[in-house]
Ligand binder design. Structure first.
Ligand code: CO
Length: 462
């Protein structure tokens, strides 16, 4: 018997986020949770990422309550969330006290595994979350944001993973959010990580460029223990490779799997009409299900490419598209090769467009980009070009040390008094800190609804 391979199902989080902008409500998937719980998954990724924001903003749901309800319907399987380290679920940095509270309450509400990453792979930004996860008895998974560049070598990734091991992570994850990791790169990286540390390795990719299945197979041959997949009706395109396909292929190859195939069919039959519903409403654009190899040619993730096109269209400048395509990797190089994930993909893209359209490089500079060059997001993977740094910073100086240390440690108490009695507990305050205006709207609506109910009850007694 060959080694064991385990599965993380992403239909509730990443597949949901990548294909339909996280618009699945709890009611959409509630009835299938017991079957998912019986299917033999290593874990189910169901929270974090964009789920929190969209629940409050579009679905009129309390994300904390959603988590508790998932836990109730799925008591056996480990629930997993994605956390952006010191940024929690957003893009700004929070003081340590807020990060610790958020992590602790996530675990107390039902999370078993927290996958923690930083967009720049600056591990100072994941340290506090990792510590707090361990302290509360959950599994801390340290994730590296995968990208390719002259400074992103296997050696450097392995060093990062070793640092994470020292920090106390229980597992490591290679997180290829753009779906650009090739089978060879996966084989080499997983082998090197397995040689260097004695920790389970999980691999996360997307089908964007069509490499996904091959990448997983080679990653498994190199010793990967866990792969992220989506049930087939929510797989492919910008989502993950399909669960059933990999189960079929790997079991024939003799790998030991805990997955029950008949349960997968039941789960997929449930999600087919959900997909139909979103296709009909336009919430699922068939374009995101296609294979897009441009990301490999231009080294620009698919989502970023479509952003560039829409920016240029808005400014009636599609005729400059090729210049922008050439400028983008130059800007990335100037900035020390940040991985092109949010928020770096936006910063690099906007700057490339500005540089081309204004006819002068770094004439117009965004606020976020200035913060990045100051070091507020962490240390750049490579060296930021000195000339460009001068152009962007002017008289401003770079920050020293970790940005979170410069933040107000009393943020929680301040925000708590600011939101007042709209917040009923610590979770409400944390929602407010994470997404102030969106959470305030939600909490206000909730209060009005409750007041109406009270009134109705009184009338009934009358
Ligand atoms: Co992803």
């Amino acid at each position: 018997m060959k080694k064991k391979v385990q599965f993380t199902e992403t239909v509730l989080r990443d597949a949901n986020q990548s294909l339909i902008a996280t618009r699945m409500s709890f009611d959409d998937f509630m009835d299938i949770l017991p079957a998912i719980d019986d299917a033999g998954y290593y874990s189910v990724e169901c929270w974090g990422g964009a789920t929190f924001d969209t629940a409050l903003r579009f679905l009129d749901e309390d994300p904390w309550e959603r988590l508790r309800k998932i836990k109730e319907s799925m008591p056996k399987t480990k629930l997993q969330m994605l956390l952006r380290g010191q940024n929690l679920l957003g893009y700004k940095h929070y003081p340590d006290d807020v990060v610790r509270r958020f992590v602790r309450r996530s675990i107390e509400n039902g999370i078993d595994i927290i996958r923690i990453f930083d967009a720049l792979n600056d591990i100072r930004n994941i340290k506090v979350s990792v510590e707090e996860t361990k302290k509360n008895g959950a599994i801390a998974s340290g994730a590296i944001s995968y990208t390719t560049s002259p400074v992103h070598t296997t050696k450097k990734y392995v060093e990062t993973v070793k640092e994470m091991q020292k920090m106390g992570v229980d597992t490591v994850c290679i997180k290829d959010m753009a779906g650009v990791m090739s089978p060879k790169e996966a084989y080499d990286l997983v082998s090197s990580i397995k040689d260097a540390v004695d920790l389970p390795v999980s691999v996360h990719t997307h089908m964007t460029t069509g490499l996904g299945f091959m990448t997983y197979l080679k990653a498994i041959e190199a010793g990967a223990d866990i792969i992220d997949t989506a049930i087939s009706s929510f797989s492919g395109g910008t989502s993950q490779p399909a669960t059933e396909t990999l189960v079929h292929a790997l079991s024939q190859l003799g790998y030991e799997l805990d997955i029950k195939y008949d349960k997968l069919k039941e789960i997929n039959d449930f999600f087919k009409p959900v997909r139909e519903k979103f296709l009909e409403s336009g919430g699922l654009d068939p374009l995101v299900l296609a294979t897009d190899s441009d990301a490999l040619t231009y080294q620009i993730p698919g989502g970023m490419l479509s952003n560039l096109i829409s920016q240029l269209k808005m400014q009636n400048s599609m005729d400059r598209f090729n210049e922008v395509l050439e400028e983008t990797p130059k800007v990335r190089k100037d900035l020390g090769y940040p991985p092109l994930v949010t928020p770096m993909s936006q910063m690099v893209g906007v700057q490339a467009v500005n540089n081309v359209l204004s006819g002068e490089r770094y004439k117009n500079i965004g606020k976020e980009l200035r913060s990045y060059v100051r070091g507020e997001y962490g240390t750049a993977p490579g060296k930021i070009d000195e000339e460009v740094k001068k152009l962007i910073l002017g008289d401003e100086t770079e920050i020293e040390g970790r940005y979170a240390d410069t933040l107000d440690p009393d943020e929680f108490e301040k925000m708590k008094s600011e939101i007042g009695d709209l917040a009923k507990n610590e979770d409400d305050v944390l929602s407010y800190i994470a997404f102030p205006s969106v959470a305030e709207n939600y909490l206000r609506k909730r209060k009005e609804k409750e007041e109406r109910q009270v009134k109705y009850t009184i009338e009934m007694i009358d």
